[in-house]
Design a protein around this ligand. Structure first.
Ligand code: TRP
Length: 450
């Protein structure tokens, strides 16, 4: 077999994994979920969950992938004689497909808004017209479909250049640029009248806000944001060099993920408070309220372009990881060349994301039990498939895989993290499955948390 590609450098590894992790989850989802769940108290819980559950799971996924050197489905099967574990890999493949399908739609909106920002079209509009424009954009159906398909095509082109020349190169280019844009936006926000109120909202926890539901939301958000639970990090792990310190990669990436989420909050909330908009406005926060804000603020033209560029860039480095999971699976399982595999993946995603985009039209029939397909994909993956995937991955690593094999891989044959291995291993073997099971049972109503 041909030698598997590996990422070329330490910075390359961090940029690629960071690119997957940092995405719409941080900039579009985190601020409104945090806003909805009480701000600072939520962030505190989010930090605990990220470091005690998501980081150990990320290291576990890396180890499984780097040890097996296979796509995410084959990897689970390779490390055990119980072939049924391949099913876990398969659930992951299905999750990747579903996430990619609705995620590309939002990324498509971001592209349309970038285009509109260049034209400066909403800068002279009042807030009612901005809302109307958004609604008619969604209602037109085909406009949203075209942007979605354009976005999927861009992702596919980058992935088709391969691991080092495509994925690694574009992540290394985009990640530092995006980091500078977001820091610039925070500096800009600092001078807005609402900055203090926003900082207080994000930094002073009100502990009475912490309930079972908040823990659950934090877990779902953390998995989504850290790309955990579907084997994305198994696939990327298989490209990480055998010399790399997996603890360090996961730790660095987790800190960056958290930093970007909080920075996005700091960039977005001052404007929200300065213009008297509610922090709990939900998924539209970015697309409805920010154009209003850009229209009113000095320098809004440039800031809006930078912001929507950031949103597109963050989204594409994440969709790259999802397309790569599917491409590795299709090319290895059906013995296709990479390019042909990408063709199969793109055709499937194009079909599903078109359905997602069309299902959002107000009079759409694409509904099951009152929920449109877009919402079903979103809800099913974050609330069910990712937590279950994460829990089964922990059980697999803790109880099925040979402990010595896992230890050697995780600690890079005894070079890094030997002292914390047994702590991480206990978390993975006992704590993580139990905690997720409890949260999950409470979610489906079989157990009552406060
Ligand atoms: N983490 C990305 C974000 O925050 C989304 C994402 C990319 C993802 N790859 C994933 C989520 C794999 C779950 C699993 O936007």
């Amino acid at each position: 077999m041909r030698k598997r590609s590996t990422f070329g450098s330490k910075f390359g590894t961090i940029a690629v994994v960071g690119g997957s992790v940092i995405g719409l989850g941080n900039i579009w989802r985190f601020p409104y979920v945090a806003g909805d769940n009480g701000g600072a108290a939520f962030i505190l819980i989010y930090i605990v969950v990220s470091f005690l559950i998501s980081v150990p799971l990320m290291i576990t996924e890396f180890s499984i992938g780097r040890s097996a050197q296979r796509n995410s489905m084959r990897a689970f099967r390779k490390l055990t004689s119980h072939k049924r574990w391949g099913l876990l890999g398969f659930i992951g493949i299905a999750s990747a497909l579903l996430i990619l399908s609705f995620y590309s739609v939002i990324a498509g909106w971001a592209m349309e808004y970038l285009f509109e920002s260049f034209k400066g079209s909403y800068l002279s509009l009042g807030s009612e017209q901005i809302t109307q424009n958004f609604n008619s954009f969604i209602a037109s159906g085909w406009r949203s479909v075209i942007w979605t398909l354009l976005f999927v095509t861009c992702t596919a082109v980058i992935v088709s250049f391969g691991i080092e020349k495509g994925i690694e190169r574009y992540n290394k280019l985009l990640m530092p640029v995006m980091f500078m844009i977001i820091v610039g936006m925070v500096v800009n926000s600092f001078f807005m009248p609402g900055f203090r109120e926003a900082a207080a909202f994000l930094m002073t926890p009100d502990f009475s806000k912490i309930t079972g539901k908040v823990w659950l939301e934090a877990l779902g958000q953390s998995f989504f944001s850290m790309s955990i639970g579907l084997g994305a990090m198994v696939t990327y792990g298989s490209y990480i060099s055998k010399r790399e310190n997996l603890f360090k990669v996961a730790g660095t990436v987790a800190i960056s993920d958290l930093t970007v989420a909080v920075l996005s909050g700091l960039a977005i909330f001052p404007a929200v408070f300065s213009y008297g908009i509610s922090p709990t406005s939900g998924p539209e926060l970015v697309f409805l309220t920010l154009p209003n804000i850009f229209a009113q603020m000095p320098g809004g033209y440039v800031v809006s372009i930078l912001f929507f560029f950031l949103l597109c860039g963050a989204a594409i480095t994440s969709t790259i990881s999802l397309v790569e999971v599917l491409t590795a699976f299709v090319s290895e399982e059906f013995r296709l060349k990479r390019r042909s595999a990408i063709g199969v993946v793109v055709a499937t995603v194009a079909m599903l994301s078109t359905i997602c985009a069309l299902s959002q039209m107000p009079d759409s029939q694409l509904k099951i039990g009152g929920m449109n397909i877009f919402d079903i994909f979103d809800h099913a993956t974050s609330n069910y498939m990712l937590p279950i995937g994460g829990m089964l991955t922990a059980i697999f690593a803790g109880w099925i895989v040979n402990r010595t094999l896992l230890k050697n891989e995780m600690t890079t044959n005894g070079s890094f993290g030997v002292r914390i291995f047994s702590f991480v291993f206990k978390l993975v073997k006992y704590i993580i499955p139990i905690v997720i099971a409890i949260l999950f049972l409470s979610k489906i109503g079989l157990l009552k948390l406060s």
